[in-house]
Design a protein around this ligand. Structure first.
Ligand SMILES: C[S@@+](CC[C@H](N)C(=O)[O-])C[C@H]1O[C@@H](n2cnc3c(N)ncnc32)[C@H](O)[C@@H]1O
Length: 354
């Protein structure tokens, strides 16, 4: 059974960023290939001569910014009959490695989402049949692989496999979060999702809780500050705009009507978060300044990307920060991710704990 392509899922409109970023990493790993995608389709296919599964094992899923989900794929099934599709699929799938679970996925587009009910029903029937064949292991069994069913229509499916420890366990790589009714803005979900991605859940108590201090640059009306307060933090919210009155009543927030680019904390804080809408390179320079001054231990910041070459812009900003810190011998970990709740922007995390 050969895996002849990699399927990459991304936000619709970000196919070219996803494609360029993945091609660069594949090339660095010594694997040449070419990409196929349509604009706004919400996915990219990377076609290669060598084994796609081996390529996934060489790369790190978490190092990709614009890929939400990935898998190594069999040749697409594009001429399925209208009925009894399962029996056509079972023979080719029987030779896949044993998998722990099956994710039902579709392109994250308006048309794609309409296929979700079908994908869900079909994947249940498929999982049941695969369990009987021994390709799908019992629910609690340990396995190295997960299987993906990517539905493009009732007659056109892609089936793939990804490593359990190097991919996303979430369907379509999407973390669905409930909007908290008391939060002052929808932006609140960006910070919550960022924590889910960048901070392991079992470390939340130690790293986010217990009366920590934080600065929120570009805080108004307070969606991010609300998350910090919810974790029990004491927050300095920097913004010329008004903060939500309910949030100010918590007693945990000090509002500074100042310019984020000139604000300096009176003493170092545990967290800096920054959602200032400004040029990415200007924000990156500000983040570097905070890191070099030792004004915080961890930071989460957004880079707004209204320009065309978004992958290039992100790389330039990450390099600016990393090289600036390396030059001064500051140990750090920097990563970025185009989160589900991010639109024309990416979210970055900088760890300065030594
Ligand atoms: C996307 S909004 C922030 C939303 C906020 N994170 C939330 O969850 O409610 C961007 C904010 O950046 C602020 N901003 C832009 N330039 C700024 C600057 N130079 N200094 C301080 N705030 C700035 C704007 O006033 C605006 O409130």
């Amino acid at each position: 059974m050969s895996f002849t392509s990699v399927l990459l899922q991304c936000r619709a409109g970000f196919e070219s960023e996803c494609a360029v970023e993945f091609s660069e990493q594949a090339l660095e790993a010594g694997c040449a290939g070419y990409v196929r995608f349509e604009r706004n389709a919400g996915y990219v296919r990377f076609m290669l001569q060598s084994d796609a599964l081996a390529l996934l094992q060489q790369l790190s899923f978490r190092s990709l910014v614009f890929t939400r989900q990935w898998c190594a794929c069999l040749e697409p099934f594009d001429q399925l009959p209208a009925t009894d599709r399962l029996s056509v699929l079972l023979a080719p799938i029987a030779s896949l490695p044993p998998c722990a679970e099956l994710l039902a996925e579709v392109p994250d587009t308006t048309e794609g989402r309409e296929l979700l009910p079908f994908a869900g029903k079909f994947s249940s029937a498929m999982a049941q049949a695969l369990r009987q064949q021994g390709v799908m292991l019992p629910r609690k069994a340990r396995a190295e692989w997960r299987m993906h069913l990517f539905v493009l229509s009732g007659r056109h499916l892609i089936i793939g496999v990804s490593p359990i420890n190097n991919g996303s366990g979430l369907e379509m790589g999407i973390r669905r979060l409930k909007f908290p009714a008391q939060a002052p803005s929808r932006s609140t979900l960006k910070l919550e999702e960022a924590w889910h991605w960048f901070v392991p859940r079992h470390e939340w108590g130690e790293r986010l809780g217990g009366g920590k201090t934080a600065v929120d640059l570009g805080a108004a009306p307070g969606g991010w500050t609300w998350q910090l307060v919810r974790q029990g933090m004491f927050v300095t919210a920097v913004d010329n705009g008004p903060m939500s009155e309910d949030l100010m009543e918590s007693g945990q927030v000090t509002h500074c009507r100042e310019d984020a680019f000139y604000f300096q904390p009176s003493k170092p804080v545990d967290w800096l978060v920054c959602d200032v809408a400004d040029k990415p390179s200007r924000v990156a320079t500000l983040m570097l300044q905070w890191a070099l001054q030792g004004w915080c231990r961890e930071m989460i910041f957004n880079l707004k990307l209204p320009m065309k070459k978004r992958h290039q812009e992100v790389q330039q900003c990450l390099n600016l920060i990393s090289l600036g810190l390396e030059r001064e011998g500051v140990r750090h970990r920097l990563s970025a991710r185009h989160l589900y709740h991010d639109r024309e922007e990416v979210t970055c995390y900088l760890d300065l704990r030594r």
